[in-house]
Design a protein around this ligand. Structure first.
Ligand SMILES: [Zn+2]
Length: 356
């Protein structure tokens, strides 16, 4: 960890206009492989946060067929430090500029995708890719609610980025990835050069996917067009978590969500608008009914979700602390995330056991 001093100074401009210029705020720094993690004074990232972001960026890059994520910088900023940034993000808004993400939370998967994966593409698809692997990707039912999806065509040439319809973009990008695979999608993504108008996007779409945008959207918007089988399982980044070994046919973990632990992700700061968590993967090798028991302080809970299958309708369940649920699991990898708001619930745990 190193520390950079803040250096603010007045600059005289030859036009005799004085301008106040300020170097980046003083931040604490942790170097973790290709990821540089920074945070303001007064904030305390949990021990597993930088490694989670590094591992997640690696997972998404490999998943998309990229050899490795580009070196990236993630800054968790206090309100005071955010207010001093030129062109600062508005309150409770995150931002990514080049390979540098700035966030008001200790982790933010959406911005991580932006800074790890090349951004040169049409804004609709840049945002769509970040949503496809961002927080909503961990909750399939949130990103793919029942009902007819929005028609992406009126939004597809949106400019600037803020005009893009994030959830429609995320749904459509997941759809394209699942139906055509990462190789075809990424070839289309990087081939999209400016100007990003509708005509040029339509032409590139047809030449890369071999079908017209109109035909693809017609299938996408037909609920029956969400096919049962995909050529590619778009996995949430939590599927890159370390595996948890079973004891017999029982998986279990009981922990204190203490920030000192090196596998707790999150942090302690003033805003407390995020959940701290521990995430692991479990490999189910026998299909059957399983009971998921969550225990610990109220406010905590356990999410179990499949890492396979089409991203819509993907199997998932959230079990609150002190409750249990029974679910039918197929063979394959699942992720288990135990989480709680910092300061609300410290003890969390789960047991997953086959019942039939
Ligand atoms: Zn974004």
């Amino acid at each position: 960890m190193t520390k950079m001093r803040r250096q603010c100074h007045w600059l005289g401009i030859w036009t005799s206009v004085w301008s106040f210029a300020c170097a980046p705020p003083s931040l604490n720094r942790i170097e973790d492989g290709h990821l540089t993690y920074e945070y303001s004074d007064g904030l305390a990232p949990c021990g597993g946060t930088p490694a989670y972001l590094r591992r997640s960026a690696m997972f998404v890059a490999e998943h998309l067929g990229a050899p490795s994520p580009r070196p990236a910088r993630f800054s968790w900023l206090s309100t005071e430090d955010r207010n001093q940034l030129p062109g600062r993000p508005t309150d409770h808004a995150d931002v990514a500029v080049g390979a540098h993400a700035k966030s008001y939370k200790p982790y933010e998967q959406h911005e991580l995708v932006h800074v790890s994966i090349t951004k040169a593409s049409a804004p609709f698809f840049v945002e769509g890719l970040a949503v496809a692997f961002g927080p909503l990707a961990n909750e399939a039912s949130s990103l793919h609610p029942l009902g007819v999806p929005e028609d992406p065509r009126p939004k597809i040439a949106a400019w600037p980025v803020a005009a893009a319809d994030y959830s429609t973009a995320g749904r459509f990008v997941q759809y394209l990835l699942a139906l055509h695979g990462p190789e075809a999608f990424m070839a289309f993504y990087v081939a999209l050069g400016p100007p990003w108008n509708k005509a040029s996007i339509e032409a590139r779409f047809e030449s890369e996917f071999g079908t017209s945008l109109d035909e693809e959207v017609a299938l996408f918007m037909d609920r029956g067009g969400y096919p049962e089988n995909c050529v590619f399982d778009v996995q949430p980044m939590d599927c890159g978590a370390p595996p948890l070994a079973p004891e017999g046919n029982v998986w279990g973990l009981s922990r204190v969500l203490s920030c000192e632990s090196d596998d707790v992700v999150g942090g302690e700061g003033a805003d407390l608008l995020w959940r701290n968590f521990i995430v692991r993967t479990v490999d189910i090798d026998q299909e059957g009914d399983y009971r998921l028991s969550a225990f610990g302080d109220s406010g905590g809970g356990v999410r179990l979700a499949a890492c396979f299958g089409c991203p819509w309708g993907r199997q998932e369940t959230f079990t609150e602390a002190s409750t249990e649920s029974t679910t039918h699991l197929l063979e394959g990898r699942y992720y288990v995330r135990m989480s709680a708001y910092p300061g609300e619930a410290l003890d969390v745990g789960f047991v997953l056991q086959r019942t039939t």
